[in-house]
Design a protein around this ligand. Structure first.
Ligand SMILES: NC(=O)C1=CN([C@@H]2O[C@H](COP(=O)(O)OP(=O)(O)OC[C@H]3O[C@@H](n4cnc5c(N)ncnc54)[C@H](O)[C@@H]3O)[C@@H](O)[C@H]2O)C=CC1
Ligand SMILES: O=C(O)C(=O)Cc1ccc(O)cc1
Length: 310
């Protein structure tokens, strides 16, 4: 078995992402000690029952003390408060990272609190499901997934390599880019799909002419796919919307223009236009599959939750 990469890893936040990391770290012995901290005593008690770590506390600073790697896995709107709380406890040379779905805002919130000598490397694993909480995690979540880092200009290359090695051991491929580019890219490939899903399910729920029971009874697989995304955690997605506002609004404006054009094509019976668009979009799906992206991983997640492996 390979040597642990770290003596102590602190996981601040133990929901889907934090608990998936905990399970992987424990399974592969990536650290000698896993310290777990979360805000609510109830969630912490559940993490203890699931045996996700070696020590448990609601005091984030206590968990972060002496840690070589601190991973903040909380809704993006709470990342500044967490950074402020743990900052005095961070040891010199420690790596501080996060997993938040937005990056420019997380950097703006966390960076001002990071003490001299601590390596702050913002990160984002592109891996998840619609589930949340410590029960929903599974060790395989990050396998064959991308983990994006958005390093700051003064990021230490050695610390970046150490963190990359950790994520590779979690099964991920690594990419780096600047935070603004990350936020624009994720706005279109992740944030908009969730917003569209929330919207369509909300519209269906509001309809007067179709009853709620008909929506449930007759929901074809297309609508069901939207309901999966629309079941994602409300706190997490409220924060994503509020903290990637500009990029999301920019992509929504583009989306609305294209939707208006589609609406017009339907109104005027422009079959060729519809056919051309649908042909182009089918090719996008095919290239995703050809690129080997396992887009059905959420099903794998559901199976893993039914048969949890700590
Ligand atoms: N759910 C997903 O599919 C993915 C989520 N992310 C990002 O990962 C982060 C965590 O998301 P999940 O694990 O899905 O959420 P979750 O809702 O499953 O877990 C969040 C955890 O943070 C804790 N928490 C909330 N506020 C806190 C605070 N102020 N101090 C300490 N702990 C606090 C909660 O008690 C819970 O343990 C978010 O920033 C999200 O954007 C990234 C990739 C995928
Ligand atoms: O459940 C899904 O389909 C997801 O898209 C999960 C997800 C949610 C947020 C992220 O920042 C990354 C991945």
């Amino acid at each position: 078995m390979a040597e642990p990469l770290f003596d102590k890893i602190a996981l601040i936040g133990i929901g889907l992402i934090g608990s998936s990391l905990a399970r992987k770290i424990r399974r592969e012995t990536l650290a000698r000690h896993v310290a777990i901290s979360t805000r609510s005593a109830e969630t912490l008690a559940r993490a203890r029952e699931l045996d996700l770590g070696d020590s448990y506390t609601t005091d984030a600073a206590e968990a972060a003390r002496d840690a070589d790697l601190v991973i903040v896995s909380v809704p993006v709107g709470s990342s500044g408060a967490v950074a402020q709380e743990i900052a005095p406890a961070l040891k010199k040379g420690a790596i501080l990272t996060d997993v938040g779905s937005t990056k420019a805002s997380v950097i703006a919130q966390m960076a001002p609190h990071v003490p001299e000598g601590v390596h702050f490397i913002p990160g984002h694993p592109l891996a998840g499901t619609e589930k949340s909480g410590p029960d929903s995690g599974f060790a395989e979540l990050f396998e064959n997934r991308w983990c994006i880092f958005t390093p700051l200009p003064d990021t230490d290359p050695q610390a970046l390599e150490t963190l990359s090695a950790f994520w590779r051991r979690c099964g991920s491929n690594i990419d780096t880019m600047d935070a603004e580019h990350h936020d624009k890219t994720l706005a279109i490939v992740s944030h908009l799909p969730h917003i569209i899903a929330y919207n369509i399910v909300g519209t269906a729920d509001d309809l007067e002419t179709v009853t709620k029971s008909e929506v449930i009874k007759y929901s074809a697989s297309g609508f069901r796919d939207f309901t999966r995304l629309a079941a994602s955690d409300p706190t997490m997605w409220r924060d994503v919307c509020l903290h990637n506002k500009d990029a999301i609004l920019e992509m929504l404006a583009r989306f609305s223009e294209d939707l208006a054009s589609l609406q017009r094509a339907i109104r005027w019976g422009e079959g060729d236009k519809l056919f051309d668009l649908f042909t182009r979009t089918r090719a996008v799906r095919r290239s995703i599959i050809e690129a080997g992206q396992d887009i059905d991983q959420p099903d794998f997640g559901r199976q893993a939750v039914e048969h949890p492996k700590a």
